[in-house]
Design a protein around this ligand. Structure first.
Ligand code: IPE
Ligand code: IPE
Ligand code: MG
Length: 243
């Protein structure tokens, strides 16, 4: 069955069971600071609004039948921001984890943190690990990339394999030691905020992902635009190097 969105400029078609083909969607949530600046608000307010949008968009993706959602929340490079901004982002993430602990059961959703948790505060780390543990057998996956860098992730995977005694490795070995081992590669990567770059996100996993770039700032992203991105994905011809 196909949906036809009559009012959009291009007629968008996508199957009812989106999750059969689009199993994993990843978001580079960019533009919080510019959203705040354009309203003469402190950058922290952009992150606050961004956190609310992230909650809404994730649930929307699950309701569409998408199995795994990944959000890029904080990169290994984002520590170079002013301390008050870093503290505000960490406080919002901690609040989000409280919400996830209460609500994720209703959505049959599992939490996975992608990234090196050792640099997080002991409280945030303990909370994240507790929720990861209690949610581990659930159907959907929400990956939050937090202190995440794709190059660090690949180095971590290789070092894990060396520590296990491997002297040569396969692509499958590396994939299985990445932080995303539970959810696999993204089918679609969406970047908000108008920049056309990957910013050290899922370098290995997005080898054959489809990309959707939008100028919309993350706090302005709506479910309707996510549906447009999904429709766009279903209009693509993924060849994986074939014909
Ligand atoms: C994305 O928004 C959130 C994080 C990187 C933590 P930004 O804070 O990068 O917002 P802009 O790009 O400055 O507008
Ligand atoms: C990418 O956004 C990281 C996150 C969304 C968490 P940045 O704002 O850090 O990326 P650059 O600096 O524009 O590449
Ligand atoms: Mg940015």
């Amino acid at each position: 069955m196909l949906f036809r969105k009559k009012k959009s400029k291009t007629i968008a078609l996508y199957p009812e069971n989106v999750g059969d083909t689009l199993r994993h969607i990843a978001f580079i949530m960019d533009g919080n600071g510019r959203w705040a600046k354009s309203r003469s608000l402190p950058r922290e307010m952009g992150h606050k609004k961004g956190a609310a949008v992230f909650e809404k968009i994730t649930l929307h993706c699950f309701s569409r039948g998408i199995h795994a959602v990944t959000v890029y929340a904080f990169s290994t490079e984002n520590w170079s921001r002013p301390q008050n901004e870093v503290d505000a982002i960490m406080a919002l993430l901690s609040e989000y984890l409280d919400y996830a602990e209460k609500k994720f059961k209703d959505y049959d959703a599992r939490l996975v943190i992608l990234g090196d948790k050792s640099r997080l505060s002991p409280e945030l780390r303990a909370k994240a690990e507790r929720i990861e543990e209690i949610s581990r057998d659930r159907r959907h996956v929400l990956n939050i990339a937090l202190n995440y860098g794709a190059r660090d992730e690949i180095v971590f995977a290789c070092n894990s394999l060396i520590a296990e005694g491997k002297t040569t490795v396969t692509k499958e070995d590396i994939s299985s030691r990445l932080y995303t081992a539970a959810s696999g590669d993204p089918d679609l990567v969406v970047r908000t905020g108008g920049d056309f770059r990957i910013s050290n996100f899922l370098l290995w996993q997005s080898a054959y992902a489809e990309f959707y770039f939008t100028k919309t700032l993350w706090p302005d992203l709506t479910e309707t635009e996510v549906d447009a991105a999904i429709a766009d994905f279903f209009g693509r011809h993924r060849r994986f190097g074939g014909l």
